[in-house]
Design a protein around this ligand. Sequence first.
Ligand code: C2E
Ligand code: CA
Ligand code: CA
Ligand code: CA
Length: 271
Amino acid sequence: GRNSLRFFDPVMQLEINRRSQLERKLRDAISLHQLELYVQPQISSDHQYVGMEALLRWHDPVEGFISPADFIPVAEASGLIIPLGDWVLRKACQILAEWSKVSGMENLTLSVNISPRQFRHLQFIDYIDSCLKELEVNPNHLELEITESLLIEDIDQTIERMNALRQRGLRFSLDDFGTGYASLSYLKLLPLNKLKIDQSFVRDVLIDVNDEAIVSTIIALGQSLDLAVIAEGVETHEQAALLENFGCHVYQGYYFGKPAPVAEWQKIISE
Ligand code: C2E
Ligand code: CA
Ligand code: CA
Ligand code: CA
C-alpha cells in the first residue's frame, strides 16, 4: 500500500520477467511444434547398444537452442509440463513403434524423463496406456526415469503408481541417483529396475577419492539390491574402464555418443 515499506529487488524482478517470458514462448513452441526429441545411446561394456535416452530439444528461431535445464523448471512450475510431457511420451512411443520394424533397433529400450508433477497427474497412467495401445508398443521397451524428488512426498501414491506401471511391463530407472534427499531405506520399497549414477560423481571419479568412493558404493548397492546400474556423463575411456572395474557395465556419455536426432542414431546403428 501507499504508506508501507516495499522492497524492490531488481535482480529478482528480472528473473520473474525472464520466467514469464520463457513460459509464454514455451507455450507457443509447444503449439508450433518447435520441440524435438533427441536420443543418446546407452552402451554396454561389450559394445552393444542397449538403449537410448530421449532428451528434449527446443530450437527457437531467434535465440537458437534453449536448454531443457532452463525450460523444464519453468514448465514444471507453470503446469506446461503436462502437455509437454504428454507430447514427449507420445513421441517416444512413435519412435519405439518405428524401431520395432528396423533391424538392429528392435530390442532397444527408450528411457523417458518424467517430472514429478507429470507423474502425479491424475491422467498419467491412462495417457501412457492410450499411447502404448494406439501405437502398439511393447511396454517392456519403455523405461521411465524418475528422480528422488518424487520420493519426498506421498511415497505411498508413488509406489502404487509405479507398481501399476510395472504390472504393464514398463521399467523404472532412478535418475541422478545420490544427488537428492531420499532416504536409502526407500530403495527397497520402490519397484525399480535401475540406478543411474549422476554425472556429477562420474566427472571427477579418476581424480577425486570421494567421488570414487561414492561411485563404487552406488555400484555395490545396486548389485546387492539386484538393480542394474548405469553411469551417465562418461566422457573418457579411462572413466569407462574404472567404472567397469567397479562392476558397472552400462554407460551413457559423450565418449560413446552425443544426443542427436533419432534419424542420425538410427542410421549409425542399423547400418
Ligand atoms: P538428465 O536427465 O540428467 O540428462 C542428462 C544430461 O546430461 C543431458 O542434458 C545430456 O545431454 C547431458 N549429457 C549426456 N552425456 C554427457 C556427458 O558426457 N557430459 C556432460 N557434461 N553432459 C552429458 P540435457 O539434454 O541438457 O538435459 C538436461 C536435463 O533436462 C535432463 O537431465 C533432464 O533432467 C531434463 N530433461 C531433458 N529432457 C526432458 C524431458 O523430456 N522431460 C523432462 N521432464 N525432463 C527432461
Ligand atoms: Ca535422465
Ligand atoms: Ca541424469
Ligand atoms: Ca541431471
